[in-house]
Design a protein around this ligand. Structure first.
Ligand code: FUB
Length: 312
């Protein structure tokens, strides 16, 4: 079980107008944000970068929760889920997302499952946005032994449609995967699918619906949007069906200062936001990243304008 971490009151110097100065937290390094609105609170579930200065690989052992009631001043609730909470896993607390259902909160994670493949998807569950969270299955939800998956199953994003059907999407470097979830949210319901049309998909999918249109944002690293394939932008596609086929619409977030790029898009208090990460915190780097938030705007035809990155 996750030990309940004492909330660290971390009010940062935000302006009176949301969003705050970026990065939103500089006392720790954070990455792969997943935003969730519950009541009047915006939660951000994030990975926790602990690589040393100049480190050349990820050191990620737990996931933290940040929250705000104004998208400007943030509270750091500390680690709320750890690799060690999944007894079958051993390392690599990579990208994750929390989805509410029936009064419970399901935290889908990418983690090294110690199996023949590298990364698996697990799911923990808790009764509040801050947990405590416990492993909901005692084993991976998706692994290399799941038919249709691969040895690299990362960056889960979950979407529950208006009819109650839940979908899990994830990445595998270049390959978008998707599957229906059973109402219990902890079992796949049917085959693993490979939706088409998400042009230049690389990793980090984020799924949402607005005004009857399904949106899939994702990291891409093609030469049309980045200066080097080591970096990534965020492209997006739309569809009239949650499993596509998708129609590519363009870039919604340009290259950031970290090599990886990871989108989360949410409406909070009538304003849409892009939550993402950069390397902009003091001492930051590609493995010492920091979560940022900026406003996102839609055009009348439902397309998204490219986000303007703001910095402190
Ligand atoms: O944080 C580790 C990995 O880097 C994530 O799973 C990817 O989305 C990329 O941000």
């Amino acid at each position: 079980a996750v030990a309940a971490a004492a909330a660290v009151a971390l009010t940062l110097a935000g302006s009176a107008q949301a969003p705050a100065e970026n990065p939103i937290i500089t006392s720790i390094f954070t990455a792969d944000p997943a935003a969730l609105v519950v009541g009047n609170t915006l939660y951000v579930y994030a990975g926790h970068d602990e690589a040393p200065p100049g480190g050349s690989n990820f050191v990620m052992r737990d996931w933290v929760v940040l929250s705000s009631t104004d998208a400007s001043n943030w509270t750091n609730h500390g680690p709320r889920l750890r690799v060690g909470d999944f007894r079958w896993a051993g390392a690599d607390a990579w990208a994750a997302e929390v989805e509410p259902r029936n009064g419970r909160y399901y935290w889908y994670v990418s983690v090294n499952g110690n199996g023949p493949g590298w990364m698996d998807i697990g799911v923990a569950v808790g009764d509040s946005p801050l947990g405590p969270f416990t492993d909901a299955r005692g084993g991976p939800l998706v692994s290399d032994s799941t038919p249709g998956s691969s040895g690299l199953n990362i960056d889960p994003t979950v979407f529950v449609d208006d009819d109650g059907q839940a979908y899990l999407y994830w990445g595998s470097y270049w390959g978008l995967r998707a599957a229906r979830l059973r109402p219990n949210m902890t079992e796949l319901d049917g085959p693993v699918l490979s939706p088409q049309g998400a042009t230049h998909f690389w990793e980090a999918p984020w799924m949402f619906k607005r005004a009857g249109i399904y949106y899939l944002a994702y990291a891409a690293n093609d030469s049309g949007c980045v200066t080097s394939s080591s970096y990534a932008c965020v492209r997006y596609a739309t569809a009239s069906n949650p499993l596509g086929p998708w129609t590519h619409r363009g870039v919604v977030l340009g290259q950031v200062s970290s090599t990886t790029n990871h989108p989360s898009i949410v409406e909070f208090n009538g304003q849409w936001y892009m939550v993402y990460h950069t390397a902009d915190a003091p001492g930051g780097g590609n493995f010492r990243r920091s979560v940022a938030i900026d406003r996102l705007y839609f055009n009348a035809d439902g397309t998204m304008r490219q986000v303007v990155q703001t910095k402190a």
